[in-house]
Design a protein around this ligand. Structure first.
Ligand code: CTP
Length: 412
């Protein structure tokens, strides 16, 4: 169903990126009206916005005559402001209505999404953070800026979130998928999720492992189950206290090593609609595990050499299988700057051929363990199609909504 969306554009270099956002929203079938602030037209002129949307564009309250601002505010189903400057956020918080955009927001009752873009210091300043907190407490949805290269040439947090990610969130808000519509979006759907981190035995007491806690996979299992799916969780070395959080309907299969995960996944494939590979699976394992504990020679300082062999790339094997599920989702844990992480993710998406690849920035407090998560979701060509950040449970719900969209079990 076509809805009326107002896109507010304020005076930042990222204004040009709003064009991609507008195109995504129009592509999804919506009637988009641009309301730029007067200063933003120094970056992108009104003719561009009129050309893109086919709708007239005004910046001042009385430009269109009469009570046009009230009329548009009343009709709007959603307002998205991208990019939003610190000044715009401050004026909105204070309820100042000195241009058409701030007036329209004040006169509307629909959901409002704000995607800030500004210099790091401005974003981190107490004034901006207070304004953001206050607006959030009034129900405004913020899409946090990312870290990366800024228009000023500096590097830090403040870059506007990707237009596709903003569009994704906007469409989600419109379909109400954060609320009730997606709740039973996967009814009857059979979902298999791998979670945790594998351990590859060296001898009976030692192994090669990794620090994945399994929390993101467990959150996905819960979200899929909450959405009505029939869930099987292939669990690799997940703490019982984490597994205990799961509802009783989920079937849990223990698979400590890569070989056991491979067997558990492949033998179930022909009964499965969705596979989500969230586990950190070893790429290499010892060629042969020792039958007995490897002992230190007290007379020698030599260390044993452990020969490794590659494990099967299970995600790629599922992608190539004749029983390939309707939706195959992979995860990519990468380190580096955001740009490096996205490029590695893009290459991996092309290599793995999953339908969706959730790229996860790990290390330095990101990704692993009991911390919030932030994932960028790419399609099989490496194009970003969504972003989710927040607690692992919120990220899981967003991913499950994206999967439901792919399956066509919820409409945009
Ligand atoms: N994966 C898999 N089988 C493996 C290794 C990984 O199915 N033997 C899956 C993971 O569950 C994840 C995705 O592949 O969904 C990406 O895992 P990752 O370790 O990031 O990628 P690799 O292919 O191992 O690439 P690299 O380690 O070189 O980055």
């Amino acid at each position: 169903m076509s809805r009326t969306i107002i896109v507010g554009v304020t005076a930042g270099i990222a204004a040009y990126k709003a064009a991609s956002l507008v195109r995504e929203l129009i592509k999804a079938g919506h009637d988009v009206h641009i309301v730029p602030t007067p200063a933003s037209t120094q970056f992108i002129g009104t003719a561009t916005w009129e050309g893109l949307t086919g709708n007239p564009v005004h910046t001042g309250v009385f430009d269109a005559g009469g009570a046009d601002h009230i009329e548009l505010a009343r009709r709007a189903d959603l307002i998205v402001v991208a990019p939003a400057t610190a000044d715009f956020i401050a004026r909105t918080r204070a309820g100042i209505a000195d241009d058409l955009l701030t007036t329209t927001i004040l006169a509307s009752s629909c959901p409002v999404i704000i995607a800030p873009a500004m210099h790091t210091q401005m974003w981190l300043s107490q004034a901006t953070q207070d304004n953001v907190e206050t607006l959030k407490s009034r129900g405004v949805i913020f899409i946090a800026p990312e870290d990366g290269a800024l228009g000023s040439g500096d590097f830090g947090v403040g870059r506007m979130a990707a237009p596709q990610a903003i569009a994704w969130r906007a469409l989600n808000v419109l379909t109400g998928s954060a609320g009730n519509e997606s709740d039973l979006a996967l009814t009857g759907c059979r979902v298999l999720i791998t979670a945790g981190g594998t351990r590859e035995p060296i001898d009976p007491v030692r192994f090669i492992g990794n620090s994945s806690s399994g929390r993101q996979g467990v959150a996905l299992a819960r979200a899929a189950s909450d959405a009505g799916a029939n869930v099987t969780l292939i669990a690799s070395n997940i703490d019982a206290s984490i597994l205990n959080e799961l509802p009783s309907g989920i079937s849990i299969v223990s698979a400590p090593s890569a070989a056991e995960v491979e067997k558990s996944v492949m033998e179930r494939l022909n009964h499965i609609d969705v596979v989500i590979m969230a586990a950190a699976i070893a790429d290499f394992r010892p060629k042969a595990a020792h039958d007995s504990k490897i002992k230190k020679d007290p007379l020698s300082t030599e260390a044993p050499t452990i020969a490794l062999e590659q494990t099967t790339d299970i995600l790629a094997a599922v992608a190539q299988s004749s029983d390939r599920p309707s939706v195959l989702v992979g995860f990519a844990a990468e380190t580096g700057t955001l740009d490096e992480v996205l490029e590695l993710g893009r290459q991996k998406a092309l290599r793995k051929n999953a339908d969706l690849l959730a790229v996860n920035r790990v290390g330095h407090g990101h990704g692993f363990g009991d911390v919030d998560n932030s994932v960028y979701v790419l399609d099989h060509l490496g194009k970003m199609v969504g972003q989710a950040s927040g607690t692992k449970s919120i990220v899981a719900q967003e991913l499950i909504s994206m999967i439901a969209l792919r399956l066509g079990t919820i409409a945009r």
